[in-house]
Design a protein around this ligand. Structure first.
Ligand code: C2E
Ligand code: CA
Ligand code: CA
Length: 681
């Protein structure tokens, strides 16, 4: 809650700060902080002073009260003693002694008057004033009687004196004493009250003091926290300003260099590529000159926003100033990946801009430097990307140019290939070829692998190595793969009908195809449409596809298995720790990679590895296919190791469907036996 309160405080503060230059803002913060400290000090000191005053007041009141009580008691005491002396004057026979007592009697009166005067000087309540007045009135009545009685006694008239004493003087003196007693009571009460009041005033002063200093402390903490936060933010903002472009908020050259350096270090560790695009808007000066600088700024901002939207979070977009931007594509493993982003940049910059109520277009010239190809450090990469950009401008703007000329040619070729490919897909130039797998026990073609070929109108039959990446990168593989699957299924049904009962086809799936959400629906629909039975359809997947997301891959494989199709792990042995993961994948077949077969007749370790994989495969209940068998020498060794199924140029290259009938007709048993050394068949 407290922090929310702080946050609410800092918003209006931050808003107001927007109008102040940085140092003024900080100075006022510090000044505010100092004022706050002084305020706390002031409140604390005032509170303490107040407390001191009430304490002194309480002490005064107490002392005064004590004095008052003492005086009122003394008055009562003196009055009573005078009464006693009166009696003694009456009853003393010795005239000297009587004179002494009388003298004392008179002294008591003077003392009383003195004490009474003292008493009057003290702050008195109305009741006390009234009682003192009453006492004076009564004393004025009593004193003449006393003097008369004493005069009679002095004159020897003892009886007369006694009579006046008893009838007049004593009762009058008693009335005085009573009033004094009442005064004492009133004084007692008033002093009690005064002390109580003083104490409670002191107590409440103390409470106020606590509350005030508590509040001051709290405000102090709040202000301190706000100030610290604001200063921290100001620092961060200063840093942001030093590393970012004010107009677009993009990283500036300084930050770009740092990040690019990090990206290079990462790419070096992971053996990846980086694409550095130097982007310069075409004829930007014209925009500034004709539409004004505000419009130019707006255009720069919009371009910056578009570039930021295109790149991934790891990539960098920076502005070098003017109409120059840098986009860094990091962690690429193919040039094509970088060019893909370049295409997006070109496309995005070419979209119409709306500034005010005008719509207009612009374009950019882009130079590209690629790490590690065109430079190993930031300076070289930027310099070469810049050079390439000038080249792009020379060639007529609105285009991109790679620094490396050879790479430019490759990219141009790729662009051409992509155009051809899109036409080729429309015209059905991607055709299935077939390559048989031979079962060494039955000597029959058990499975036929479907391998695609592109019947290019001018370049002839193209192998997947040339165009498969492009198909995959553009996503076209999905459409092409579906068409091939349908055609291959239909082909298999017709071969089965022509006498190859039990024949199956093996279809390769790329990563994009495998991870298509509707893969299973497509497969089921194709099987239904072509009437091929599910167990006659095998899919071949490489381990790397499965390793992308093991859990999901297992789910997907199970879903395919439910349809009834069979699955093979292709290129087995070349991927990562495949053995460890193999047991998770419910596949039926392992296809051991060509790599192990290549030198199997020359390297005994290859034979040993192949044998070990075979044993593993068998223990997992899997079928094993060995691909890439090219010679009889290899086949003989594989035969000895105990291989079931083989595939390779030794038997046949991939051929068009029409050429398969001849392969079905061949007597494989005889052909293999003929070439085997005697005694090993
Ligand atoms: P793969 O699945 O490992 O296919 C085997 C490759 O080895 C084929 O190359 C085949 O022609 C070649 N090959 C067969 N026997 C031998 C031999 O004895 N020696 C040598 N040196 N090579 C042999 P191809 O047809 O060029 O295909 C290359 C790769 O392209 C395939 O590797 C597969 O991953 C992919 N591919 C081919 N057709 C398709 C397709 O229709 N869809 C998908 N997604 N990928 C395909
Ligand atoms: Ca394959
Ligand atoms: Ca393979």
């Amino acid at each position: 809650m407290f922090s929310r309160f702080l946050a609410s405080l800092s918003i209006p503060l931050a808003a107001s700060r927007a109008y102040l230059p940085g140092h003024v803002w900080q100075l006022s913060l510090v000044a505010g902080f100092a004022v706050q400290l002084l305020l706390i000090l002031f409140v604390t000191l005032t509170g303490l002073d107040q407390l001191d005053a009430t304490e002194r007041h309480m002490q005064n009141v107490t002392e005064e009260s004590m004095r008052k009580l003492e005086l009122s008691k003394t008055m009562g005491f003196l009055a009573r003693e005078r009464t006693m002396n009166l009696f003694m004057v009456m009853h003393t026979a010795d005239p000297f002694e009587r004179d002494a007592i009388y003298l004392h009697f008179e002294q008591l009166a003077n003392k009383f008057v003195g004490v009474r005067r003292e008493f009057l000087k003290l702050p008195l309540t109305p009741t006390e004033h009234r009682l003192l007045e009453e006492q004076r009135r009564l004393s004025r009545i009593a004193v003449p009687y006393q003097e008369e009685a004493i005069a009679l006694a002095m004159a020897g008239n003892k009886a007369g004196a006694g009579a006046i004493l008893l009838d007049q003087a004593i009762p009058a003196q008693n009335a005085v004493l009573e009033t004094l007693a009442e005064l004492d009571g009133a004084t007692h009460q008033s002093t009690q009250e005064a002390i109580r009041e003083a104490r409670s005033a002191h107590d409440s002063a103390r409470l106020q003091m606590y509350a005030l200093s508590g509040m001051a402390l709290l405000i102090g903490i709040v202000v301190a926290v706000v100030v610290v936060r604001l200063i921290g933010r100001a620092g961060r903002e200063r840093e942001h300003m030093a590393t970012h472009d004010a107009l677009t908020g993009l990283p500036n050259r300084l930050l770009l260099m740092g990040r690019l350096e990090q990206a290079i270090a990462r790419a070096q560790r992971q053996n990846l590529m980086i694409g550095v695009m130097f982007i310069d808007l075409d004829r930007f000066k014209l925009v500034n000159d004709t539409l004004g600088h505000a419009a130019g700024d707006e255009l720069i901002r919009q371009v910056a926003a578009r570039l930021s939207r295109i790149v991934r979070s790891d990539d960098i977009v920076a502005r070098l100033g003017g109409d120059e931007f840098i986009v860094v594509v990091s962690d690429a493993d193919k040039v094509g990946q970088i060019i893909h982003v370049v295409d997006k940049v070109v496309e995005s910059i070419g979209q119409p801009y709306r500034i005010g109520d005008r719509e207009f277009f612009t374009s950019a010239s882009i130079g590209i430097g690629i790490y590690p190809h065109d430079g190993a450090d930031t300076d070289d990469l930027l310099k070469n990307a810049d050079t390439a950009m000038y080249h792009a401008k020379e060639l007529g703007r609105n285009r991109y140019q790679l620094f490396d000329t050879e790479m430019n040619i490759k990219v141009a070729q790729r662009l051409e290939l992509e155009t051809d490919m899109r036409y080729g897909i429309e015209r059905g130039e991607f055709r299935p070829y077939y390559q048989p797998q031979i079962n060494l026990s039955t000597h029959r073609i058990q499975v036929v692998e479907v391998l695609m070929r592109w019947q290019h109108p001018t370049r002839g039959t193209l192998l997947p190595a040339i165009y498969l990446d492009l198909l995959e990168d553009t996503g076209c593989i999905v459409e092409v793969g579906r068409k091939l699957l349908r055609e291959a299924c239909r082909q298999c049904v017709s071969w089965q009908a022509a006498g190859q009962a039990g024949l199956a086809i093996a279809v390769n799936l790329s990563s994009k195809e495998f991870w298509q959400e509707d893969l299973c629906q497509t497969v089921a629909a194709t099987l239904a449409e072509t009437t091929l039975s599910p167990q006659s359809l095998h899919f071949e997947l490489t381990e790397s596809i499965l390793m992308l997301d093991i859990d999901q891959a297992v789910d997907k494989i199970k879903e395919l298995k439910r349809i009834g199709v069979r699955l093979a792990v292709d290129d087995f042995g070349t991927g990562y720790s495949s053995l460890a993961h193999l047991k998770h994948f419910p596949v039926d077949t392992l296809k051991i990679d060509r790599y192990f077969v290549k030198d199997i007749d020359r390297q005994s370790t290859d034979a040993a590895i192949t044998q070990a994989i075979l044993a593993l495969s068998e223990s997992l209940g899997l079928e094993t296919v060995i691909e890439g068998v090219e010679s009889m020498a290899q086949l003989n060794i594989l035969h000895d190791i105990g291989c079931d199924i083989v595939q390779g140029f030794l038997f046949s290259e991939p051929v068009p469907g029409e050429a398969m009938s001849a392969l079905f007709e061949r007597d494989w048993a005889a052909e293999i036996a003929q070439d085997r050394p005697a005694g090993t068949a």
